[in-house]
Design a protein around this ligand. Structure first.
Ligand code: HEC
Length: 99
């Protein structure tokens, strides 16, 4: 019983971030159309960065809620709020537009 409660609590805490897709080979291929040098490790790091930097003011928006044409403008607007570097913004963009 106790175990169930703990599992439930964990699921609640991680619920949002766990709905974010886990990057795999097809996502890397997609990301490489815009950024030919990007690696799987970078996309995985971008997923973490997204969960850490972009969840403090509002729930995380899922990548597919916006199009590849919309994300750049949103990231420009959110960059000063999230205090991320240009390099981090580029990584986030790759992750958010490669599902
Ligand atoms: C300091 C608080 C804060 C942080 C950190 C933050 N946001 Fe936001 N975000 C907002 C607010 C406030 C809005 C509401 C609309 C607005 O201000 O434009 C918003 C709205 C949004 C929207 C809705 C679309 C839109 O244009 O309104 C998206 C998507 C979004 N944020 C993505 C992000 C991403 C990606 C990050 C991380 C890089 C991030 N946010 C970090 C405050 C924040």
């Amino acid at each position: 019983m106790k175990k169930l409660v703990v599992t439930g609590a964990l699921f609640f805490i991680c619920g949002c971030a766990s709905r974010l897709y886990l990057p795999a080979a097809p996502n890397v291929q997609k990301a490489r159309q815009a950024d030919p040098g990007i690696t799987l490790e970078q996309l995985q790091a971008a997923r973490k960065l997204y969960a850490i930097k972009c969840s403090s003011c509002h729930n995380l928006h899922l990548p597919r809620e916006f199009t590849s044409a919309q994300w750049p403008g949103i990231l420009d607007k959110m960059q000063p709020k999230a205090k991320i570097t240009d390099e981090q913004k580029k990584l986030l963009l790759a992750y958010l537009t490669s599902e």
